[in-house]
Design a protein. Structure first.
Length: 288
């Protein structure tokens, strides 16, 4: 790869990426090994590699601070921000889903969340629905949401964390029907509970955006550490959104044309190839 050629077309091919999302990715990847802290100067330099200007970085960090995700902290005279304890917990909880995303089996069954929130507490209802969606739950009916059985612990933790346990009951369940719950019928149900067609389109977009990087690397084209960093941040930012949309249901319940498996393989390949060079670039930025 020529020195002036980017390793990818830039972050965020699935939708317009907000600078805040890129900042969260950078903090999640590189701040937790330095007590959650990055200097403002380092952050501005790294975001410049992602075509985000300094004023935008500062305003985005301020919004993240107001939201309680970052906390201002000066270290050795350098102004910076560290991730809040709540953000640290969210990032830690998300690591397995991002880096070791699993696909369920039909045999492990389902987890159901059955909830009822009074009209006078609409804000809590909105929070509950938002968090269930974030965990990959699909809606069976207005107050009944479903996910593969392995999501149970995450759901239990989420309800407790947001003070929503009093409004919801959790059940482990198997799918039964007059036809005996066969896979074909269950697959039809899955398509009504989740928008698998949209997910397929997003996986196709992910492959189109990030496969060229893998192909150039496979061809033996050199990739600088800076190029690896820009490609890796784009990869992680896109993948993080996808794995929270994908419920991870069993493969046999998904459409025959399903690109999620290829996307996961591509992510693993690029993660293995780009993570090291990207970290070297960040470490040099910190040292300046």
């Amino acid at each position: 790869m020529a020195s002036g050629e980017a390793a990818g077309s830039g972050p965020g091919p699935l939708a317009k990426v907000q600078p805040r999302q890129l900042i969260v990715t950078v903090y999640g990847l590189y701040a937790r090994d330095t007590d959650g802290w990055l200097s403002v100067a380092s952050l501005i330099q790294l975001l410049a590699d992602l075509d985000v200007e300094a004023p935008t970085v500062r305003s985005s960090v301020s919004r993240l601070k107001r939201a309680g995700l970052l906390e201002a902290q000066t270290v050795s005279g350098a102004a910076g921000y560290r991730i809040s304890p709540e953000t640290e917990r969210i990032l830690s909880d998300g690591d397995p889903r991002i880096f070791t995303a699993r696909r369920a089996t039909v045999e492990e069954g389902w987890v159901l969340v059955v909830f009822s929130v009074p009209e006078s507490e609409r804000a809590r209802r909105h929070t509950l629905r938002t968090q269930l969606t974030r965990l990959g739950f699909g809606s069976v009916s207005a107050g009944v949401w479903i996910a593969p059985g392995h999501v149970h612990d995450e759901a239990e933790s989420m309800l407790a964390r947001h003070g929503l346990r009093a409004y919801a009951d959790l059940f482990r369940a198997d799918y039964l029907s007059a036809a005996g719950g066969d896979a074909k019928e269950l697959a039809t149900k899955v398509r009504s509970w989740w928008d698998t067609a949209r997910l397929q389109r997003l996986y196709v977009a992910f492959l189109a955006a990030h496969r060229p990087v893998a192909e150039r690397i496979a061809d033996g084209t050199a990739v600088t550490d800076r190029q690896a960093f820009t490609a890796y941040i784009g990869l992680l930012t896109d993948w993080r959104r996808l794995v929270y949309l994908d419920p991870g249901v069993a493969r046999e319940l998904l459409p025959e044309e399903w690109s999620g498996t290829q996307a996961a393989e591509l992510f693993d390949e690029l993660h293995a190839r780009l993570a090291g060079p990207a970290r070297r670039h960040v470490e040099r930025a910190r040292a300046r």
